[in-house]
Ligand binder design. Structure first.
Ligand code: TRP
Ligand code: SF4
Length: 327
């Protein structure tokens, strides 16, 4: 029996290289060895996008198209949209009842949002319960492994606490205690060296054109100590080089490293070469994406198949939950 994995992404925009390196690569490596459920977390997205949710649907479908274009295989993994399986909200309610307020108020991601309140208007009731809904997502499928980034560890910790409390209160080990599976690939920073994020506008999108990518790569910071062309460089402090490490072969990285250290290559040429490498990497993904965009019925079928399969697991769990609580 394969172990079960559930992971999700909030459809707040188009995907960028950060998603690709942070999540999709990991997902695609896991999909053969685990029973995988990959979910568009649109209720979670609504918590921050409720004032203008007009793009949620478009982004949900767009993200799924990107997942599949990248190599997530709908024949291996179950792909679905959270809001299409209402059992998520049912379990969320049941878990809400037994989650102490203090656990949620102490959650670092919640505290961080409170600090950002002035700019982001996240003082809504639902946001406090964000991790409870995430726990419901995970526990509904009795998932044992959850591939996530480091920022999500507090939510996984809470999920385990909630699972234990449920098992204890209703005297049956229905839920496993899910473990996080951290992404191994090196982290990819944004163009400006901060975390790659839509809100910082420092990202390279999966669907950016070759021109856009070229402009963005050219704008990147390199080794700040390297002022003149014949100054030797230090690749380990250069953001462009860290991109090479993710997208180029080891042999190419070695050449770049040596030539940079010995001032045998200039940064402009180095960026041009990287632009070519990245465009070659993205080309097949973008072609597949175009194909799928013109083939709405394929995506609809995949999502319908995912909903049916996901819901059959979700219903089974919810029946058990109702029975245990005595509803
Ligand atoms: N909170 C996650 C994020 O922002 C998205 C998410 C929602 C998720 N439900 C999940 C991730 C369940 C893993 C498992 O990245
Ligand atoms: Fe970075 Fe390349 Fe310039 Fe070296 S030559 S500092 S690796 S961009």
């Amino acid at each position: 029996m394969k172990k079960t994995i559930l992971s999700g992404m909030r459809p707040t925009g188009r995907l960028h290289l950060g998603h690709l390196v942070g999540a999709l690569k990991n997902w695609s490596l896991l999909q053969s060895d685990y029973e995988c459920f990959f979910m568009v977390a649109d209720w979670h997205a609504l918590m921050s996008e409720y004032k203008d949710p007009s793009k949620l649907k478009e982004h949900s479908i767009g993200n799924v198209i990107d997942w599949i274009s990248f190599g997530i295989d709908p024949d291996k993994a179950t792909i679905f949209i959270q809001s299409q399986i209402p059992e998520h909200l049912e379990l969320y309610m049941a878990l809400s009842c037994l989650t102490p307020l203090g656990w949620l108020e102490r959650c670092p991601t919640y505290k961080e949002q409170l600090r950002e309140l002035k700019t982001r208007q996240l003082n809504n009731y639902a946001f406090l319960g964000y991790p409870v809904l995430q726990a419901a997502d995970i526990l509904l499928y009795k998932s044992e492994v959850v591939p996530v980034g480091e920022d999500q560890l507090p939510h996984l910790e809470l999920t385990r606490e909630i699972a234990k409390r449920f098992n204890h209160l209703y005297k049956k080990n229905i839920f496993p205690e899910p473990q996080a599976k951290l992404t191994k690939t090196s982290r990819l920073l944004g163009l400006d060296g901060r975390k790659m994020s839509k809100s910082y506008d420092n990202y390279i999108g999966l669907s950016d054109t070759a021109d856009e990518i070229s402009k963005k790569v050219m704008s990147m910071f390199t080794d700040p100590q390297r002022i003149k062309r014949n100054d030797p460089g230090s690749p380990q402090v250069c953001n462009v080089y860290s991109y090479y490490k993710v997208f180029a072969d080891d042999s190419v990285c070695e050449v770049v490293e040596n030539e940079c250290r010995m001032a045998l290559r200039g940064c402009t040429d180095c960026k041009k070469e990287f632009t070519r490498i990245l465009n070659d990497y993205l080309k097949p993904i973008q072609e597949k994406r175009k194909e799928l965009l013109n083939d709405k019925s394929t995506i609809e079928n995949i999502l319908e198949k995912g909903r049916v399969k996901g819901q059959s697991v979700a219903r089974t769990t919810m029946n058990e939950v109702r029975q245990m609580i005595g509803l």
